[in-house]
Design a protein around this ligand. Structure first.
Ligand code: HEM
Length: 452
């Protein structure tokens, strides 16, 4: 059918409604809209976001070569997208929200704190927290429990303890933060998706709620800093806040300002919390549906060792992130006119990468809807950008090694002592800031018999 194909656009795509184009569909169910677009139009698809005359469009890019281009050509594909503008309004200027020289300086300064060797220093905290996870009453009693709060609590405590290492502040901050997380998701999504962004100084229901969430976030930062300045004891181990303070730009020797230190700590909590807990929830749920596979992963978990190697435990997590990538959409905006997958693209165009779609691309993934961790065992000739749960290029996830270590520590610890059974046949997902289960994910943990 060609009647519903917008032949005016150089890049193929659906026509959508005359006034809004595809804006509503993308807002209501981005993943289904992108899946449909990929099926109908292929590797590069243009979606109109308003009347044709306005020429507002977003180009979805699914082919690994084009994905690579978007993520690696930083001088062409910038980060000034609507959602980044909204995140900057909320969190200020940090590693996630800055671009250009400010970002280069911050990234250079922070990178050494997140090397595989460096994050291993946090393995002890992760092990303790994994143990805590196992000894929770509801887990040991073998009742049906909801995975979501369990993994969220684990991820937040690990981050809290590594970033703040102050039990008192952490308990307060974590409590407040847990309440804020769903609200952050809501206000950011609502504001990012609006066709016209109302200035924050204009009081509406939406802007007032946004300002309220922002005030609470800044209240948290203040609380951390005040308590810090009052502290007289010297903890045995420096935490991430100490390390952020000590960090120096390797080229200029400059330190971060106190405000930058606090903002970075906050954004680490935000960027590293639900992303990691979702990865764990999805992995545990999928293993809980396949006892035979789970046994094989448990066998690998019994082997010694901590650093993520490419064993079945790591593969189980990677494969869950293939099927359910927390960062299901990554946005960029062209700074200059360019060519993308053979099509001309003007400056100022929104470009969208969707790990969700690319992770199911039939040219690179056989039977993409089957959970099969063995895809990640041994060599593969798949292109690098066919799999990108942590993004790629210069702005890849700085917390990748941290998150992988954190997830493997919990999975290894858990599978050594318990089997897990998923109590629901399907897993509906919601597309908030990250991709997450819509509701509870009921599972049952059963202690393994003492091994003779
Ligand atoms: C499974 C867990 C995680 C996933 C799936 C994930 C995913 C991602 C992705 C896809 C990006 C790139 C976004 C883009 O290109 O626009 C990113 C960036 C980032 N992530 Fe993660 N992340 C995870 C855990 C973490 C953790 C634990 C931390 C911190 C401790 C963290 C901190 C960050 C930061 C600061 C950035 C911005 C980096 C920059 O622009 O230089 N993430 N993450």
């Amino acid at each position: 059918m060609t009647s519903n194909v917008d032949t005016g656009a150089r890049i193929p795509g659906p026509v959508g409604s005359p006034v809004l184009g595809q804006a509503l569909e993308l807002r209501r169910d981005m993943l289904r809209t992108l899946d449909d677009g990929f099926e109908r139009f292929g590797d590069v698809v243009s979606y109109r976001l308003g009347p044709a005359a306005l020429r507002r469009q977003v180009i979805a890019v699914h082919h690994p070569d084009a994905v690579k281009q978007v993520l690696t050509e930083r001088e062409v594909f910038g980060r000034r997208t609507r959602s980044l503008e909204v995140l900057t309004e909320l969190f200020g200027r940090n590693l996630v929200t800055t671009d250009g020289e400010a970002w280069t300086r911050q990234r250079r300064t922070l990178q050494p704190l997140f090397t595989p060797r460096h994050v291993l220093e946090y393995a002890g905290v992760m092990r303790e927290e994994a143990h805590d996870f196992l000894t929770r009453g509801s887990v040991t009693a073998g009742e049906v429990v909801d995975l979501v709060p369990l993994t969220e609590n684990y991820a937040l405590r690990v981050l809290g303890r590594t970033i703040i290492r102050d039990e008192l502040v952490m308990t307060d901050v974590i409590g407040a933060f847990n309440t804020l997380v769903p609200l952050i998701g809501k206000v950011v999504r609502e504001r990012s998706m609006k066709a016209w962004k109302i200035p924050l100084r204009v009081p509406t229901r939406e802007t007032r709620q946004f300002m309220e969430v922002r005030a609470q976030l800044y209240g948290l930062i203040r609380q951390i800093l005040v308590r810090r300045s009052q502290r007289t004891d010297t903890p045995a181990e420096p935490d991430l806040l100490d390390r952020l303070r000590e960090a120096r730009d390797p080229e200029t020797g400059a330190a971060l300002t106190p405000r930058e230190v606090a903002d970075q700590a906050l954004i680490m909590l935000v960027a590293g919390h639900t992303t990691t807990s979702n990865a764990l929830t999805f992995t545990l749920y999928l293993l809980g549906r396949d006892p035979e596979l789970q046994e094989a992963v448990a066998e690998a978990a019994r082997a010694d060792g901590l650093a993520p190697a490419d064993d079945l435990v790591v593969a189980a997590i990677k494969e869950a992130m293939r099927m359910y990538p927390s960062a299901y959409a990554i946005g960029r905006r062209t700074r200059t006119a360019t060519q993308l997958h053979g099509f001309p693209v003007p400056a100022g165009t929104n470009v969208l990468i969707s790990p969700w779609v690319t992770h199911r691309h039939p040219a690179y993934w056989e039977r993409p809807d089957v959970y099969d961790p063995s895809r990640f065992i041994g060599p593969s000739d798949r292109p690098r950008y066919a799999y990108l749960p942590f993004g790629g290029g210069p702005r890849n996830c700085i917390g990748e090694h941290f998150a992988m270590l954190e997830a493997t520590v919990l999975l290894r610890t858990l599978l050594r002592e318990f089997t897990i059974t998923s109590e629901s046949a399907d897993l509906p997902v919601s597309q908030l800031i990250s991709l997450r289960p819509t509701g509870a994910v009921p599972v049952r943990f059963t202690p393994r018999k003492a091994r003779g």
